[in-house]
Write a new protein. Structure first.
Length: 85
């Protein structure tokens, strides 16, 4: 993993949408990010997505927690993984 630190100089704001499915209601937060370029071990550029800010913890992803990322066409879904040790 690269030890580089990137600073994002954009204003961060969350958009809130409420979704209702059958008798469930929950909020969906959207956050606009940029895909950066990072170097791989062989110095070829690879895409990198950085999720950082207080909203990450507010949504249940605390420091040192584990996550699962589901990859679909044009969509990444990030889930907290309480079973990961």
């Amino acid at each position: 993993m690269s030890t580089r630190t990137f600073k994002v100089f954009e204003t961060h704001s969350l958009n809130l949408n409420t979704v209702a499915e059958e008798s469930l209601s929950y909020n969906i937060y959207t956050h606009k990010l940029k895909v950066y370029s990072s170097s791989s071990n062989n110095s070829l550029p690879v895409p990198q997505i950085i999720l950082q800010d207080k909203y990450v913890e507010q949504l249940g992803f605390s420091i040192d927690s584990s996550i699962l990322v589901e990859c679909h066409e044009n969509k990444l879904i990030t889930l907290k993984d309480d079973n990961f040790k």
